[in-house]
Design a protein around this ligand. Structure first.
Ligand SMILES: Cc1cc2nc3c(=O)[nH]c(=O)nc-3n(C[C@H](O)[C@H](O)[C@H](O)COP(=O)(O)O)c2cc1C
Length: 437
């Protein structure tokens, strides 16, 4: 395994009582192989699904299950205070509810309250449970409290059902934890630089923004307050005839999570999209289908926007003369003449005044090179270049392999991130860009 940022760290791995508890053993192994010291805390219900002995054998430390009666007289504070990172995988609906309300009725919930380390929840539950409004409410609460969440993916669930609720794969949880850990380390370093600057030197807006981030997530929640942000999402559909269209594989997930994150941080959000994936109360939703409709919806609102994020996959070409009836098979194949569509991003780049403009580039090769060219040629502030055509990145996936290409020519490799986490990074950049204007 390549050298990991987690080497030498102390990780507390919580395991709650869901069927996916078996995957916690693989995750534990990944942490141990990365060179981390791992202590595992199981809820009593988790012990119904997997035995503590499995984790004792994997980690070399006795797995913990009891608040009282163990050899350690105050286990929760020792575990909470010693952790560099606390990860709960799987997190059940029950544990989520307890965390959202600050309940402390077993060892794991006490450790959660006794730590100042970053906390990651990887959720897993049946689709019906996941979609309950009370579960979604608890989720919003723990996010607002600063807990990082890995939402469940779509797939096969216990009992043969298929739907959302499936625990993310251990490799993805591991990569996410590495990302959180290096981000926290960077924040700590920037914080200590920021507090040195407080002592005398003038602070840059980046240091000020970073210091704000370091003071706690409740303050982060407002860093886009009052900003007008327009996000586009989904793949456009260009009619061929009355029933057929030319489309692409974009699912709209990336744009939806960016809209949700901007909303959480206090922005007024307009989502111009070709699909509706989630209800986002408070977001102005504009449904469009074609590139032309998307262009009209974006251009007419551009003047009043502070930020535009073009996450949609807009067709480059459309059929010149779509038939108004269904083309009949019996009539044989006819050539479809294509004409270019309007380049929305380029037009916005030409028209922009003070707006912060974010584009996306879906690439199958030379991702950074093509991204760096596009950020210049379209006059963008930030371009998110992402890899498509692979299984864990791009269209329809929950994760993205991404790079930030900035207007100053710098390129930042973000690695493989959950789209939810990528949306947080994008909004961090936007908030920082807003501070500088
Ligand atoms: C077979 C079975 C599978 C379960 N799987 C899940 C699950 O994946 N997610 C979940 O939230 N609850 C699941 N539950 C319900 C939890 O076990 C139950 O809510 C328990 O109280 C959770 O306790 P804990 O959060 O303290 O570990 C399952 C229950 C059973 C019987």
């Amino acid at each position: 395994m390549p050298d990991s940022v987690l080497r030498g760290s102390h990780i507390v791995l919580g395991v709650a009582g869901g069927v996916a508890a078996y995957k916690a053993a693989s995750l534990c192994r990944l942490f141990v192989k990365a060179g981390a010291e791992v202590e595992v805390v199981l809820t009593l219900e988790a012990c119904e699904f997997i035995r503590p002995l499995t984790f004792t054998a994997l980690t070399g430390f006795p797995a913990h299950t009891q608040l009282f009666g163990a050899s350690d007289p105050v286990p929760h504070t020792r575990l909470g205070q010693s952790a560099d990172l606390l990860v709960v995988a799987p997190t059940t609906a029950h544990l989520l509810a307890r965390a959202a309300h600050g309940l402390a009725d077993d060892l794991l919930s006490n450790v959660l309250l006794a730590t100042r380390a970053p906390v990651v929840f990887a959720l897993a539950m049946h689709t019906e449970m996941w979609e309950q409004s009370v579960v979604q409410r608890n989720l919003r609460q723990v996010r607002a409290d600063g807990i990082k969440v890995i939402e469940p993916g779509v797939g096969e669930l216990v009992g043969g059902d298929v739907g959302s609720g499936r625990l993310a794969e251990p490799e993805k949880i591991f990569a996410f934890c590495e990302g959180i850990f290096s981000e926290e380390t960077e924040k700590k370093q920037a914080c200590s630089k920021g507090s040195n600057a407080d002592a005398g030197e003038e602070r840059t807006s980046a240091q000020a923004a970073t210091a704000l981030l370091c003071r706690g997530s409740s303050e982060v929640a407002g860093d886009l307050a009052g900003r007008n942000i327009l996000v586009t999402a989904g793949g456009t559909r260009e009619p061929v005839d009355a029933v057929r269209f030319l489309g692409n594989r974009s699912s709209g997930k990336m744009g939806h999570v960016i809209a949700g994150e901007a909303l959480r941080r206090g922005a007024h959000v307009t989502l111009v999209a070709t699909c509706v994936l989630a209800s986002l109360p408070g977001v102005e939703f504009v449904r469009v289908e074609t590139a032309e409709e998307m262009a009209a919806a974006v251009f007419s609102r551009f003047a009043e926007m502070d930020v535009v994020v073009m996450a949609a996959a807009v067709a480059d070409f459309r059929p010149a003369a779509p038939a108004d009836r269904k083309l009949k098979k019996e009539a044989g194949l006819s050539r479809i003449e294509l004409v270019p569509t309007v380049d929305i991003l380029k037009t916005l780049g030409e028209r922009k005044k003070t707006q912060f403009l974010v584009g996306f580039a879906a690439e199958t090769e030379q991702v950074c090179e093509n991204g760096a060219k596009k950020v210049r040629s379209k006059n963008l502030d930030l371009l998110v270049a992402n890899l498509v055509g692979v299984t864990d990145s791009g269209f329809g996936t929950d994760t993205n392999r991404a790079w930030f290409c900035s207007a100053d020519g710098s390129v930042q490799d973000l690695g493989l991130l959950l789209k939810t986490e990528l949306s947080v990074r994008i909004c961090d950049r936007i908030a920082d860009g807003m501070c500088r204007r």
